[in-house]
Design a protein around this ligand. Structure first.
Ligand code: F6P
Length: 326
């Protein structure tokens, strides 16, 4: 029999579609195993300030299809301090919480890792971020939905781009990672992608555009991840405009629409699997791990590993963009 009687659950960092489905899965799975669940509102901020309330099964009814997070999210400066973490610990103790499920990304797990070295409360993480940049899982919750949102927008941009023979620079999210740009770039036939993982070569971009011009391509779309070293879509577009007077250049920044909306079927499926796996991991006395999904199996990845290692971008996927542009 597990000694865990009450668990807390919270969402933290940038929200992502499917977080609600993960909360629902944690709540229902815990209740199934006779454990009470407490929702911590506003991430680590709420833990510090005691924004903690019990969640019953009916509280998570009808949320599997909703974007955002019913528990709200935040990035907490105070939790970075020992005093902040002490206050959070005191609140967890006041509410008699034995273990915690943290839904978020790198920053969330870094906080959890530090906290669990200082205090004896097990934390298990669920990867929730649109960026898909976590080591140890093939997919993070929200990525699939975000990519579908980008693809839908790109198809619309393609219509207008080809009507006017225009060159578009479309900026997508990803401060530190280009996985959204890569996946959507392949899915909507972008002429090129610029990502933080690969140094941008103006020469390569120039020859690609020259070639397109020669072939009288009716539209060109370059997907730019916001963290690319070229400095974002506007910066690169301005530079290209100087070199290519013949091109009619436009910029579109997709921004936070990528974070919203109803989660895709895949994200709901993943969130439900991982929510259940997180509760199961706590029941099995696991701590300081992230539950991930690799090769169609649930895996446990120590926080240490997922924080320390970067997810690598497959060169063969990058090559596909060029191959398709022949
Ligand atoms: O980490 C998720 C993410 O959406 C990144 O892709 C993006 O760079 C960042 O969050 C934006 O954060 P904010 O919502 O604080 O502007």
């Amino acid at each position: 029999m597990s000694k865990i009687k009450k668990i807390g659950v919270f969402t933290s960092g940038g929200d992502s579609p499917g977080m609600n489905a993960a909360i629902r899965a944690v709540v229902r799975s815990a209740i199934y195993h006779g454990i009470r669940v407490y929702g911590i509102r506003q991430g680590y901020e709420g833990m510090i300030n005691g924004f903690i309330k019990e969640l019953k099964s009916h509280h998570v009814a009808n949320i599997i299809q909703r974007g955002g997070t019913i528990l709200k999210s935040a990035r907490s400066e105070e939790f970075r301090t020992p005093e902040g973490r002490k206050r959070a610990y005191e609140q967890l103790k006041i509410h008699e919480i034995d273990a915690v499920v943290a839904i978020g990304g790198d920053g969330t797990f870094t906080g959890a890792k530090i906290f669990t070295t200082e205090y004896d409360i097990p934390f298990v993480g669920i990867p929730g971020t649109i960026d898909n940049d976590l080591y140890g899982t093939d997919y993070t919750i929200g990525f699939d939905t975000a990519v579908n949102t980008v693809v839908e927008a790109m198809d619309k941009i393609r219509d207008t781009a080809s009507s006017h023979n225009r060159l578009f620079f479309v900026e997508v999210m990803g401060r530190d990672a280009g996985f959204i740009a890569l996946r959507s770039g392949i899915a909507c036939g972008a002429e090129a992608i610029l990502v933080p993982e690969v140094k941008t070569s103006h020469e390569k971009l120039k020859s690609l555009l020259e070639d397109g011009h020669r072939r009288k391509k009716s539209s060109n779309i370059i997907l730019v991840a916001e963290g690319d070293d070229a400095g974002g879509a506007f910066a690169i577009a301005n530079k290209v405009k100087e070199d290519f007077k013949e091109y009619d250049v436009r910029v579109a920044i997709l921004g936070h629409i990528q974070r919203g909306g109803s989660p895709s079927a895949f994200d709901r499926f993943l969130a439900t699997l991982l929510g259940n796996a997180a509760v199961q991991a706590l029941l099995d006395d696991q701590k300081s791990i992230m539950v991930g999904y690799m090769d169609r199996e649930i895996v446990h990845v120590p926080f240490n590993k997922t924080i320390k290692h970067n997810r690598t971008m497959k060169q063969e996927f990058l090559d596909i963009i060029d191959i398709m542009n022949v």
